[in-house]
Design a protein around this ligand. Structure first.
Ligand SMILES: Cc1ncc(COP(=O)(O)O)c(C=O)c1O
Length: 449
């Protein structure tokens, strides 16, 4: 206990002590010296606690795809809280859980038609990995336990996710992680791919490394391969043309489940409900979170192919088929928010619109190409990443400064990861707001030159 801490007041806008909140994935000391505080949000803009308007260049954290404070979603949550605040999902159900599962299954490709709910992207990955292991186990192939991820992959922060993930800082502090995990090589090569719009031509052959991993471990020991169709958190790496199809072919050839982590690509980010559709590749499971209810209430989930679900539906009917679930799986507030969000996506054709404005978005962002310190720009869907040259001996500082200045001086929220800036606005962004965003990016990059 700190003795001198002032008694907290009820003001939402002005906290009187920043010390107690140990903030996630945040440089806590720098933040607490110079806080970036938001107090409200509507459509494309945040409002700071001192009343400034901040253009949302990140859709929150890749999640507020419908924009902020949407009346339809707000009132659905309010109504649901009054009608049914909570109901257990273990052995009991409620209508909106079933309605939402059906709506999501309708959006998913192929025969991915069963939905398991959880509360975050990290949980969705752990859930998918556990389903994969259990799937082989119940079919008498319990030796198929190996999991294959990819270098630079991000699958959240649970032990499953960081084990199959490939971002070094997210792994190296946390011990030995899950045993029996291997990694494909990442797909980025600046010399071959710099300033590509969309999927790079170079790199499909990197999927063939799965053949090497299979030769090393034997397919009889491998349960699943998990990749983000477009790697996001590592700094946006669109898949090379043909890469995902190749992965699918190899997985099918050897009887290995293919999981797409669509926590950020799901719900329209690349102009289709799921990236699987954009790339014409049907995985065995898709994980989702974030955009499912536009970030309003925590929710995630896994969509599984019919054959996977059916494999579990055996044995005495009173026995639980999968020993897995969360207290807040299919929370009524999250379901109500998601149903209202899916209506907004459908009624405003936001996925189709994303596809339509993609070329304009790409052209606009590529105008930043010749600014000082810009080493590469990658764009796809409504996503862009800008690699900046590192300040000598201070990796990550230039992009951190850019993120800070963007907020404090230029009225825009962007993300920095290493020395890459990531920009992923809500799908409701207008043409004028694309221009505003690119103009602010230009000023920001110049201000850290
Ligand atoms: C691809 C991917 N998977 C999983 C996650 C983890 O999601 P959460 O932070 O909701 O646990 C993220 C978060 O950004 C993500 O981008």
């Amino acid at each position: 206990m700190t003795a001198a801490r002032p008694y907290p007041t009820q003001s939402a806008l002005a906290p009187n002590d920043l010390e107690a909140w140990w903030m996630p994935f945040t440089a806590n000391r720098a933040f607490k010296k110079s806080p970036r505080m938001v107090a409200g949000a509507k459509d494309m803009y945040y409002t700071t606690s001192d009343g400034r308007q901040i253009l949302d260049g990140t859709a929150g954290l890749w999640c507020c795809n419908a924009g902020h404070g949407r009346d339809e979603i707000v009132s659905a949550i309010q109504k649901q809280a009054a009608e049914l605040d909570f109901s257990p999902a273990f052995q009991f159900g409620h209508a909106k859980g079933f309605q939402l599962a059906s709506r999501i299954a309708d959006l998913a490709p192929g025969d991915l038609d069963h939905v398991f709910f959880c509360n975050s992207g990290s949980e969705s990955i752990d859930t998918a990995l556990k389903i994969a292991l259990a799937y082989w186990n119940i079919q008498g192939q319990g030796q198929k336990t190996r999991l294959i991820g990819r270098e630079r992959g991000y699958h959240g922060v649970g032990f499953g996710g960081i084990s199959v993930g490939g971002i070094v800082a997210n792994r190296k502090f946390f011990g030995t992680l899950l045993a029996g995990v291997d990694h494909l090589p990442h797909t980025y090569n600046r010399a071959e791919q710099a300033f590509t719009k969309g999927e790079p031509e170079w790199g499909a052959h990197l999927a063939d490394d799965l053949e090497r991993i299979v030769a090393l471990h034997d397919a009889s020991t491998i349960a699943a391969v998990v990749v983000e169709p477009m790697a996001g958190s590592t700094g946006v790496l669109p898949p090379p043309k043909g890469y995902l199809k190749r992965l699918r072919e190899i997985c099918t050839k050897y009887g290995i489940l293919l999981i797409f982590d669509e926590v950020i690509t799901g719900f329209g980010r690349l102009g289709t409900p799921f990236a699987a559709e954009r790339y014409g590749v049907i995985p065995d499971m898709i994980t989702f979170a974030k955009g499912v209810n536009s970030g309003t209430v925590p929710m995630g989930g896994v969509i599984a192919r019919k054959g996977i679900y059916d494999a579990f539906m055996k044995g005495p009917e009173h026995v639980i088929e999968l020993f897995h679930g969360y207290t807040y799986s299919a929370h009524p507030l999250a379901c109500a928010a998601a149903l209202a969000t899916l209506d907004v996506y459908r009624d405003e054709k936001l996925f189709e619109r994303t596809k339509e404005i993609e070329p304009r978005w790409m052209d606009a962002v590529m105008t930043l190409k010749d600014l000082p310190n810009v080493l590469d720009i990658r764009t796809i869907g409504l996503v862009a990443a800008i690699d900046l040259a590192s300040i000598p001996d201070a990796f990550g500082k230039r992009a951190f400064n850019a993120m800070d200045k963007a907020f404090q001086e230029h009225g825009m929220m962007i993300r920095s990861t290493g020395d890459t800036l990531a920009v992923t606005p809500p799908l409701i962004i207008s043409d004028a707001q694309i221009d505003e965003l690119v103009d602010k990016l230009r000023k920001t990059i110049l201000s850290v030159a």
